[in-house]
Design a protein around this ligand. Structure first.
Ligand SMILES: Cc1cc2nc3c(=O)[nH]c(=O)nc-3n(C[C@H](O)[C@H](O)[C@H](O)COP(=O)(O)OP(=O)(O)OC[C@H]3O[C@@H](n4cnc5c(N)ncnc54)[C@H](O)[C@@H]3O)c2cc1C
Length: 408
């Protein structure tokens, strides 16, 4: 492998380049990114940078420039086509490759009829964050459509800035499908305890005030109509209803892209020999479960990049990705942490119940084995359970551990 092209200059793309050099790869590396910025970190976009607590520069992932990586950068350039030998950019450049790494992430899903309104936002990029931050700084109220992690974190940041916040969710409780209803209710309580109005089980029928006259008026606010006929208004809004893979430019590879790029357990896109995928766009075969989930976690992008770099550099693959996935979310004064795969669970059990949200820990089981643990600001407890998730500990073993930890 002499020429590596990495498309997507975000977390997964940058980490691939860093790991390639760390593995001693001395060939040519080209990094292509459609944003004008050097690779930056996304988690602060819904937290410290949205709140104005951090300067934007603090999100830069590789401090001090990329010169030490000896990488040829094409920023502000989109990959628009690809075949098994080269990538084509929107300025007509053709970049030949021996190995291609697709690290293009995902785009926010839009609702049917979602208007382009200056006060209605999605949140994925620094540009999105700047727009939302400006709106929040002028607004007294925020409408959050979708109580997922992005919506929950934006709600928390806006509440802490003093805005009135209303959150709309179609499910009976936030995350009910993934975390189960009980833990979903706890996530809702974290919001309501902090003054957010949470309306679950609602169906959004459409947006109002989207006429050209209104949408040109940046003070016009936004309004939605719900299926029960009620109307919810706010000065600004954010839609956080999941993500989609934008795979149009990959058509020339003739592989499926809709649910993510299907990869083996070392990141090779199935049906290709020299195309790899990392990060949110990638659906790797899980090493033990055997399915191919698309895991949109910060840690997964980094772990996957390490494996792909070893493969491309011709090293023995000693790294592993996604064996026990890890995700965190900061909301108000709490950090929620999730290890493992609660999507596999058939039952949930509260392992630690201090009577308040902080310190609550739940275990997720499939066929009597621990598959995931969710902790509301209990990092030490979570660390104790991490190993038990990795080994698929039995309910009995998990309960004994919970009793032992509770007695301390
Ligand atoms: C607001 C926010 C908060 C988050 N908070 C957390 C958190 O608290 N904890 C956690 O575990 N995870 C969090 N995440 C998820 C985490 O940031 C992602 O999992 C991670 O960024 C994935 O990295 P990636 O490289 O796959 O994608 P990205 O970081 O999105 O990078 C992909 C890059 O590719 C570019 N691109 C796309 N198409 C093309 C093309 N055709 N040509 C060229 N470039 C292209 C994109 O513009 C982007 O710059 C958060 C995500 C967001 C958006």
């Amino acid at each position: 492998m002499e020429h590596v092209v990495v498309v997507g200059a975000g977390l997964g793309g940058l980490r691939t380049v860093e790991f390639l050099r760390a593995e001693g790869f001395s060939g040519r590396i080209i990094l292509v990114g459609d944003e004008p910025h050097e690779p930056y970190d996304r988690p602060p976009l819904s937290k410290q940078i949205l709140a104005g607590q951090w300067p934007e520069e603090r999100a830069v992932l590789h401090r001090g420039g990329l010169a030490d990586l000896d990488v040829s950068l094409h920023l502000g350039a989109s990959a628009v086509g690809v075949d098994r030998a080269a990538v084509e950019l929107n300025d007509g450049t053709r970049l030949r490759y021996d190995a291609l790494v697709v690290a293009t992430g995902v785009r926010p899903r839009r609702l049917p009829g979602q208007p382009d309104h200056p006060e209605l936002h999605v949140l994925r990029t620094l540009k999105d964050c700047r727009g939302l931050r400006d709106s929040i700084s002028r607004a007294r109220s925020l409408l959050v459509v979708g109580a997922g992690f992005i919506g929950a974190e934006v709600a928390a940041t806006a509440r802490m800035a003093g805005l009135q916040v209303t959150m709309l969710e179609a499910l009976p409780a936030p995350f009910a499908r993934v975390l189960g209803e009980q833990m979903g209710q706890l996530c809702a309580r974290l919001q309501t305890d902090n003054g957010v109005t949470v309306r679950c089980g609602v169906r959004l029928e459409g947006f109002l005030d989207t006429s050209p006259g209104m949408s040109r008026n940046s003070n016009g606010g936004i309004a939605v109509r719900l299926a029960d006929g009620s109307i919810v208004r706010a000065d600004c809004g954010v839609v956080g209803v999941g993500t989609v893979v934008d795979g149009g430019w990959l058509a020339g590879l003739e592989v499926p892209t809709e649910g993510g790029l299907l990869c083996d357990a070392t990141g090779v896109v199935e049906g290709t020999g020299n195309v790899y995928a990392v990060g949110d766009v990638a659906a790797w075969r899980h090493p033990t479960v055997g399915d191919r989930p698309r895991i949109e976690h910060w840690t997964s992008a980094t772990e996957q990049a390490a494996v792909v770099a070893q493969r491309i550099a011709g090293k023995q693959v000693t790294r592993h990705a996604d064996v026990v996935p890890y995700f965190w979310s900061d909301q108000y004064e709490l950090t929620l942490q999730l290890v493992g795969r609660c999507d596999l669970a058939t039952s949930v059990e509260v392992l630690h119940d201090p009577g308040v949200i902080r310190g609550t820990v739940a275990g997720y089981f499939a066929n009597g084995a621990l598959v995931a643990v969710l902790a509301f600001h209990a990092p030490r407890l979570l660390n104790r359970y991490r190993k038990l998730v990795a080994t698929g500990a039995s309910e009995h073993e998990v309960r004994s551990t919970a009793a032992e930890l509770a007695s301390r």
